[in-house]
Design a protein around this ligand. Structure first.
Ligand SMILES: [Zn+2]
Length: 226
């Protein structure tokens, strides 16, 4: 079983999915977080993003993580609810816009240069996923649910389909090993990696995508003419 400080894999360009929908709802604090807990990436988002960082909150509710972000300068792009929350099994929370950098990793971590091969500024180039999980802090046992692991994989598949330069999937522990060990030893990294690389949890595509638009049928109508 791999340890959190070793959690890492790369996304091979030839296996990139062509699509991947995501069941996401914007968190009620989305706007506040984007104004107060996010910054410009300094470049176009499609060019910038090459990394996804996997975190766990060390708490047992989404609200704990969001309250913490109000108190400290911290944030991430998504939160995956715990199995005791009503949203579990339905959708993940979008908390910071993908176009912006969130504050989920320390800016000055030199280990990123060796782990990712390109400079320490991880927030500007990454997306951050927080999974609500106690990480067994104070012996509060809290296994990750299958749905949480599936949704973590689906977010990565969604981002992989969307961002052409996305290559690295890495734990916070590997990026900042002296200070962090999330998502923790309980996170089934090998299963998660398999779900991503085999596309086994990719949701079916809406068949309407393949319906052609019959432009001829609109000719002569009032639609679309200047
Ligand atoms: Zn973390």
């Amino acid at each position: 079983m791999p340890k959190p400080i070793d959690y890492y894999f790369q996304l091979p360009p030839e296996a990139r999915p062509s699509y991947s929908p995501l069941q996401e709802e914007l968190h009620p604090d989305f706007e506040w977080l984007n104004q107060n807990r996010a910054r410009s990436r300094g470049k176009d988002v499609f060019e910038a993003i090459d990394t996804v960082v996997i975190h766990a909150t060390a708490g047992y509710a989404t609200s704990h993580a969001v309250e913490n972000w109000h108190q400290k300068v911290a944030s991430a792009h998504w939160i995956i609810p715990d199995e005791k929350e009503p949203q579990h099994g339905h959708f993940v929370w979008g908390t910071v816009a993908e176009a912006k950098a969130a504050y989920h990793v320390r800016d000055a971590i030199t280990v990123a240069e060796t782990a990712l091969g390109d400079g320490p500024n991880v927030n500007n180039r990454s997306l951050g996923i927080e999974i609500v999980n106690t990480q067994d802090v104070q012996n509060y046992q809290d296994p990750f649910s299958t749905w949480q692991v599936t949704m973590t994989a689906r977010i990565v598949l969604y981002a992989w389909a969307k961002y052409p330069n996305l290559k690295h999937v890495i734990s916070h522990a590997k990026l900042d090993p002296t200070r962090r060990d999330d998502p923790g030893i309980q996170f089934p990294w090998d299963d998660f990696k398999n779900m991503v690389l085999t596309h086994s949890v990719l949701p079916p595509r809406n068949p309407l995508v393949f319906e052609t638009v019959d432009l001829d049928a609109k000719e002569g109508g009032s639609c679309c003419s200047p």
